[in-house]
Design a protein around this ligand. Sequence first.
Ligand code: SF4
Length: 274
Amino acid sequence: MTWSERQRAMLAEMGIRVWDVSPADEPVEAEAPASVSAPAEVSVPAVADARPPRTSTETASDAPSPSALASTMDWPALREAVASCTACSLCESRRQTVFGIGHPQAHWMIVGEAPGEEEDRSGEPFVGRSGQLLDNMLRAIGLSRQAGETPDPAKQVFIANTLKCRPPGNRNPLPDELARCEGFLIRQIQLVQPRIILAMGRFAVQSLLRSTAPIGQLRGRVHRYQGVPLVVTYHPAYLLRNLSEKGRAWDDLCLALDTVEASAGAAQHAPAGG
Ligand code: SF4
């Protein structure tokens, strides 16, 4: 698929009208952005690679939580630890934990925020309308969360949330809850070893980059999480409420795609070690 075809397919999947724009034309909001071509090089990370430690007020646990003990777990142990976790009060109101879904060695990893009502019911992240939008976006560039559809890890996505249990009434996650749960996500990222991370939404960004800057300030360039390229973008639920931002989400996904392709190309042309 050529770049132009890919661009058109994705914009169509995202519900964005497509027509030809001459280079001199001004971009129009919610149309195909003018700057959709691949960047000449990946932008310099704006956020430090190593995450600074949480402050004392952010660290809530006095005793190690299951999440904090997750660093040596394999997939079955991690899944069991999440399912039985009672480290924060969200365990009292959840129907079930929402572990994550996708190929265990997917090249792409998407990190969302917290389960909503439908996720709490189904046990799967990103379901409902926002999940459909996300799946359409992924499908448009040949990616899937369903391991059976395309077993090639390069075409696979692992999707996880920052919190594994639903906050009551879909309220915002609390710092204490994020702190107690983050070890699970850290271990998931370590096990997947993705080539690219898409951080979707404010709390995913806060957890991974330790930044409280608005999404609008952090998107548009490549950050690093533990050495893994990370692109910040809007949560699909936000896109459903703010249709004009779909064009920017499209830019973000293209940036992530270009980053993966650039690193794959660099790996191909790297001299053999010895
Ligand atoms: Fe445990 Fe995370 Fe659920 Fe809290 S949100 S009970 S830390 S799995």
